[in-house]
Design a protein around this ligand. Structure first.
Ligand SMILES: Nc1ncnc2c1ncn2[C@@H]1O[C@H](COP(=O)(O)OP(=O)(O)OP(=O)(O)O)[C@@H](O)[C@H]1O
Length: 229
């Protein structure tokens, strides 16, 4: 098991946002975390990355208890996070965005080439600034930046949100090609995308996991009631 989350709880002030959340991601597998807006998905990811300390519960990854580790230490240990809203550096070029991530992880040119090869548009726009890219191109850049850290677990927060269908296909193909080489935790509201990629799922509702299952159990009919519209 790559990632083991046990009994995680989180509060914002007096409001409880995560309730007894337990889930696992197997080595090399893709787990989809589904749920409506406000269900607590982003809060869960922020706890996994160490941006937000959980109120209680534990997180272990790759054999280590990382519950109290800093975000930096988690990243060095192999966790990479592509947040919702992408968060690239808009003033830096595509090249500089990628190199900044590579430098922090001492990734050489082979690792950079491998990550960028998944998204040919990035080489085409290598010297444009991040801010000049479309939303879908920025999403590809954000994923490439995560990949140059050579993660063991790639965490993606709604990578298809607001992105045109042709780029969604490119992102889907890229994630599909990564399966088996790293573990993936995919938060998604685009159900068909999640069904095509994931080996298992967990549904969050009001901060609690209300259903979990295998990839075979993931059908539009069984899961659409848990997703907005
Ligand atoms: N910084 C914060 N302070 C207080 N409450 C917050 C904060 N961030 C989120 N919340 C609340 O916590 C709950 C869970 O939010 P979260 O962003 O984790 O949900 P989500 O499932 O990721 O939703 P979305 O799909 O809209 O991003 C929501 O009720 C939200 O309003």
């Amino acid at each position: 098991m790559a990632l083991v989350v046990q009994n995680l709880e989180q509060h914002y002030g007096s409001a409880q946002v995560l309730r007894n959340v337990s889930l696992n991601v197997d080595d090399g597998a893709c787990l989809a975390v589904l749920g409506r807006n406000g269900a607590g998905k982003t809060t869960l990811l922020r706890c996994l990355m160490g941006v937000l300390p959980p109120t209680s519960g534990s997180i272990s990854f790759d054999g280590a208890d990382i519950t109290n580790w800093s975000p930096h230490r988690r990243s060095q240990h192999g966790l990479a996070y592509v947040p919702q809203g992408r968060e690239i550096f808009p003033e830096l070029s595509v090249r500089e965005n990628v190199l900044a991530a590579a430098r922090a992880h001492r990734t050489g040119s082979d690792g950079i080439d491998e990550a960028v090869a998944l998204f040919p548009i990035l080489k085409e726009f290598w010297h444009r600034t991040g801010g000049q890219l479309s939303g879908g191109q920025q999403q590809q850049l954000a994923i490439a930046r995560a990949l140059v850290t050579r993660p063991k677990l790639l965490i993606l927060d709604e990578p298809t949100e607001g992105i045109q269908p042709s780029i969604v296909k490119t992102i889907e193909a890229a994630i599909a090609s990564l399966k088996g080489r790293m573990s993936i935790l995919l938060v998604e509201q685009y159900l068909d995308f999640a069904i095509r990629l994931a080996d298992g799922f967990a549904v969050l509702s009001r901060g609690a996991v209300i259903e979990q299952g295998s990839g075979e159990a993931m059908t539009h009919a069984s899961l659409s009631r848990y997703i907005a519209v």
